[in-house]
Design a protein around this ligand. Structure first.
Ligand SMILES: [Zn+2]
Ligand SMILES: [Zn+2]
Length: 264
């Protein structure tokens, strides 16, 4: 089977490398049903990778014009990837991806996916990796409670945290399970971005988390966190196999203005 949608894409409006229209053309070539744009929402304390606040109107207008221009060929949606600590989004979108890219330690924000040094700094400030991981999954729970439509890359802490833990430790799995047990109907994404770009050797989430989520019947969708057009369905085929083997029978796809189930 194939999955012909991606709601997690970054264009040149934030830290992506491709123009929005190029994403649309590639998606049409791949016979996608739907495509969503999800720039990092504007925020003040770390603005470099985000959509600029003064460009939000242009962002929405550009997506609207693409919706109209390609209405006979593909469904296009306006989304946003809203960091839990990003509080400067005051415009309506078709959907919101909730994400955690920072932990807050004594009033300072430490990015957990920028580089090893920044995670190491967080570990020092918090007093150990277990403290940072606990803060991270606590923030994931608070992000879920804010009720985004989709929860992004649930275990992204492993990208640089992998230097400290394997993911099989009891303490780590307990924290993960507590987070999963707090989830009900927020759709969680299976994100191929980390493995496709070679940063890590598993999907977000890893096999253990996926199996636990399947047992609890947490709804999922699939995306690649594409920053360039070539990544639009990167690693999708293999991911679908892994998802099926984890015990899922269906996956959510955006179609006709809402999410519907696609059988696996
Ligand atoms: Zn993200
Ligand atoms: Zn992203």
């Amino acid at each position: 089977m194939t999955f012909r949608s991606n709601l997690h894409t970054h264009s040149t409006f934030c830290d992506g490398k491709a123009d929005m229209e190029d994403f649309v053309k590639t998606a049409i070539d791949k016979r996608f049903v739907s495509l969503g744009f999800s720039s990092h929402g504007p925020q003040s304390f770390d603005p470099h990778c985000c959509l600029k606040k003064e460009r939000t109107q242009e962002y929405i207008e550009k997506i609207d014009s693409l919706k109209q221009k390609y209405s006979g060929s593909i469904e296009i949606y306006a989304g946003i990837e809203k960091d839990f600590y990003g509080n400067e989004i005051d415009f309506p979108t078709d959907y919101v991806i909730g994400a955690v890219h920072y932990v807050e330690i004594e009033g300072g924000y430490y990015c957990i996916d920028r580089d090893q040094q920044e995670l190491d700094n967080a570990v020092k400030a918090a007093g150990g990796i277990e403290q940072v991981v606990e803060l991270y999954y606590d923030t994931i729970i608070r992000c879920v409670e804010s009720k985004p439509d989709i929860l992004a890359h649930i275990d992204m802490i492993k990208m640089y945290g992998g230097h400290y833990f394997s993911g099989q430790e009891k303490w780590y799995r307990q924290m993960v399970c507590t987070a999963i047990n707090s989830m009900e109907d927020v759709i969680t994404e299976v994100n191929t971005g980390g493995i496709y770009r070679g940063y890590i050797n598993s999907l977000y989430p890893d096999d253990f988390i996926l199996k636990h989520m399947a047992e609890r019947q947490i709804p999922i969708t699939l995306s690649s966190d594409a920053h360039q057009t070539s990544a639009l369905d990167g690693y999708y085929d293999k991911a679908l196999e892994i998802i099926k083997n984890a015990g899922f029978r269906s996956i959510k796809i955006m179609q006709g203005g809402g999410f519907t189930d696609q059988e696996l």
